[in-house]
Design a protein. Sequence first.
Length: 60
Amino acid sequence: MFTNEELEEALRAIDSTISKCEKVQPKLRKGTSQRTLLIRRIKALHIASSLIKQEMERHA
């Protein structure tokens, strides 16, 4: 298992990456593979963030 500190650190890193990806998204043309990949990556990161938050709640 992971400590609460490790989960918080992972959550900060994921949230930072989500923010960076969302800033880049408008710069990519619709319909390109780069934009599709970025959208899928953002969704995956949101899922990871949600799962980490659930795990943190169980530790609380």
